[in-house]
Ligand binder design. Structure first.
Ligand SMILES: Nc1ncnc2c1ncn2[C@@H]1O[C@H](COP(=O)(O)OP(=O)(O)O)[C@@H](O)[C@H]1O
Ligand SMILES: [Mg+2]
Length: 513
C-alpha cells in the first residue's frame, strides 16, 4: 500500500465511500500501486439515471467499459440501448474467450469472470446494414422536430406546421420525405395555387426554402430514416423471460458521412421516450440506459436547437427512469450544460500532445472533486483498462475519486461475426414487424420515382393517388394504433408539468393544431 499515490487513510476513505449495500454495477478495484481486490469501486444502480460520462483517448478502453456496464445492467434486468458507431460493441452478443491473462487480471481485481453472452438485438437506421430497420413516419416525426433538424426559423417552422395541417385535412398521408416534398411541390405549382392561398400564411417563397432544405436533408442521407412501419420505442424496453434486460445495439457504420441522420434519429428517440414513458421519479433501477459511443459525432456541428433539445431532454428524462451515458474522447466534446448533469465519470487516459489537448486536460482536472491524486499526471499515464472514477453515491453525493482497474466484459471483446449477427437478426421476433431488407430497396425506388414526377403525384385536391398499396406492403401492421399521432402529441403538450418540462414538450411536440 506504500506504493501510493494514496495514503492508507485515503485508501480507507475510498473503501468506505463505495461500501454501500444497494445493488450496484461492479466497476472494478482501486489501484494504489497495485490493484486492491478488497477495495471495490461501484456505482449504485439507483443512480444510473443521474447519467454519466466515459471519456478517454482512442484505444484506452472506453468501449470496453461501456460493454462491461451494459452487460451488468442487462444481468440486473435493465434494458440498454447503445449507439454502436464502429460495430465495436457487437461482441456483447458472443461469450468471451477465456485466457490466462484475463483470468489473472480478473483475480487481481476480485472479478469472478464467467464467459457470458448477453441478449442482444441489432438495429440499423432505415435498414442501412443488416439489423432490424428503425424508421419513423414523417407525420409521426412531426413538424416541430422536423423544423429543428432542418434548421428552419420560426416563420418557416409555422409554415411547415401548416403544410402538415393541410396534408392531414386533405388526407394525404406523409410517410417519407418524398411525400412531404410532393405536397410542397404541389402547393407551389399552378395546380395547387388555390389551396396555397386557402392556407393563408404559407408563402410560395417560404415553401421554396423548405423544399430546398428538405432536399439537402435527404442528400445527407436522412431520408432513409423516414418510412413505415415506425419503430415502437417500447421495443427498446424489453426484458427476456429469464429476467435479463435486452441490449439494443444500433449499428451506425456510416454515421461519419451522415451526421444529420444520426442526430435526427436521436432527437426523435429522446422525444418519443420522453413522451411515452410515465414519470416515475427516482427508481431503484432505471427503465432504460442509453449509451452513446463516439458521442462527439453527435455534438459536432450541431445546431443550437439540437443542443437545446438534447440538454433539456437529458435533464428531464431522468425522472422517467432513463439514464444516459456519453462516451467521448474528451469531456470537452460534450456541451457544458450537458456535462454539468452527468453524475458519474469514468475518465480513461487523456493525451496532451498539443496545446489544445493540454488545455482540455487542465479543464478536465478542474472538474474533479479534491483527491489525493495529482490528476494532471495520473490522467496522462493511466494504462488501458484503468480509469479515474467518481460516481454519484447512494445518497446522491460524489463518491471519492478512485484510480480504478476496470472489470473486463464477459462477452467477446472482438466483434460478433457477421454470420452470427445475421442469425440473431433473422430469428428476431421484431423482424416480421419491421420488415425485411428487400422491402427497403423498393421504398428507395419509389422515392426516386416520386422525385421524378412530384407534382403529378398529387394533382387533384382530394382524390390524390393514395400511396396506400405501398404502405400496405411495407407495413403489415399500420392499423396498430399509432403512438405518435399529432393529436396525441398536442395533448402531451398540454399536460400539467413543470415549466421546463412544458418548454421541452412544446419544443418537441409543438403547438400544432
Ligand atoms: N477492462 C478491460 N479489460 C481487459 N482489456 C481491456 C479493458 N479495457 C480495454 N481493454 C483492451 O483494450 C482494447 C481497446 O479498448 P477499447 O475499449 O476499444 O478502447 P476505446 O473505445 O477507448 O478506443 C480492447 O480491445 C481490449 O483489448
Ligand atoms: Mg471505442
Amino acid at each position: 500500500m506504500d506504493a501510493g499515490p494514496l495514503s492508507a487513510e485515503a485508501v480507507a476513505a475510498v473503501r468506505a465511500g463505495y461500501a454501500f449495500d444497494a445493488p450496484a454495477i461492479e466497476m472494478g478495484a482501486l489501484v494504489n500501486g497495485e490493484a486492491l481486490a478488497d477495495v471495490p469501486v461501484r456505482i449504485p444502480i439507483s443512480m444510473i439515471n443521474r447519467h454519466g460520462l466515459v471519456a478517454g483517448a482512442t484505444g484506452t478502453g472506453k468501449t470496453t467499459t461501456l460493454q462491461m456496464f451494459a452487460e451488468q445492467l442487462s444481468a440486473a434486468g435493465v434494458p440498454v440501448f447503445a449507439a454502436d458507431v464502429k460495430g465495436d460493441l457487437s461482441g456483447i452478443a458472443t461469450p468471451g474467450e477465456p485466457s490466462d491473462r484475463l483470468r489473472e487480471r480478473s483475480r487481481g481485481i476480485g472479478q469472478p469472470w464467467v464467459s457470458t453472452a448477453t441478449p442482444t438485438e441489432f438495429f440499423t437506421l432505415g435498414g442501412l446494414g443488416g439489423g432490424i430497420p428503425v424508421r419513423a413516419s414523417v407525420a409521426g416525426f412531426g413538424p416541430v422536430l422536423l423544423a429543428k433538424v432542418l434548421g428552419l426559423n420560426a416563420t418557416q417552422e409555422s409554415s411547415l406546421a401548416l403544410v402538415f395541417h393541410y396534408a392531414r385535412a386533405a388526407a394525404l398521408p406523409l410517410i417519407d420525405l418524398g411525400d412531404l416534398r410532393a405536397v410542397l411541390t404541389h402547393l407551389v405549382s399552378d395546380a395547387g395555387k388555390a389551396e396555397l392561398a386557402g392556407l393563408g400564411g404559407l408563402s410560395k417563397a417560404t415553401a421554396g426554402v423548405i423544399l430546398r432544405e428538405l432536399i439537402t436533408f435527404a442528400d445527407q442521407g436522412a431520408d432513409v430514416f423516414f418510412g413505415e412501419p415506425a419503430i415502437d420505442t417500447a421495443d427498446f424496453l424489453r426484458v427476456t423471460a429469464d429476467g435479463r434486460g435486452v441490449v439494443s445495439l444500433l449499428e451506425l457504420p456510416r454515421v461519419h458521412d451522415q451526421p444529420a441522420l444520426f442526430s435526427t434519429f436521436l432527437m426523435w428517440l429522446l422525444a418519443e421516450l420522453h413522451r411515452t414513458l410515465p414519470e416515475v421519479g427516482d427508481v431503484p433501477a432505471p427503465k432504460l440506459v442509453f449509451f452513446f459511443d463516439e458521442a462527439h459525432l453527435l455534438f459536432r456541428d450541431a445546431s443550437k436547437d439540437f443542443l437545446t433539445v438534447v440538454t433539456q431532454t437529458v435533464r428531464l428524462i431522468r425522472s422517467k427512469g432513463v439514464g444516459v451515458f456519453f462516451v467521448t474522447q474528451t469531456p470537452k466534446d460534450v456541451p457544458g450544460d450537458v456535462l454539468a448533469q452527468l453524475g458519474s465519470r469514468v475518465q480513461h487516459q487523456l493525451r496532451a500532445h498539443t496545446p489544445d489537448d493540454a488545455r482540455a486536460l487542465k479543464a478536465t482536472v478542474s472538474t474533479y472533486p479534491n483527491s489525493g491524486y495529482d490528476l494532471g499526471d495520473v490522467l496522462m499515464t493511466l494504462p488501458t483498462g484503468e480509469a479515474i472514477v467518481t460516481v454519484m453515491n447512494e445518497r446522491g453525493a460524489p463518491s471519492p475519486v478512485a484510480w480504478t482497474r476496470l472489470r473486463a466484459p464477459q462477452g467477446a471483446m472482438a466483434p460478433t461475426p457477421p454470420e452470427r449477427i445475421a442469425a440473431i437478426v433473422s430469428s428476431s421476433t421484431l423482424r416480421a414487424r419491421y420488415g425485411a431488407i428487400a422491402r427497403r430497396e423498393s421504398a428507395h425506388d419509389l422515392l426516386a420515382a416520386r422525385t421524378a414526377a412530384p407534382a403529378g403525384a398529387v394533382t387533384s385536391d382530394r382524390g390524390a393517388p393514395d400511396p396506400e398499396p405501398r404502405r400496405a406492403r411495407t407495413a403489415p401492421d399500420t392499423d396498430r394504433p399509432s403512438s405518435s399521432s399529432p393529436e396525441r402529441r398536442t395533448a402531451a403538450g398540454r399536460t400539467r408539468r413543470g415549466s421546463l418540462a412544458r418548454l421541452i414538450v412544446e419544443k418537441l411536440f409543438g403547438r400544432v393544431g
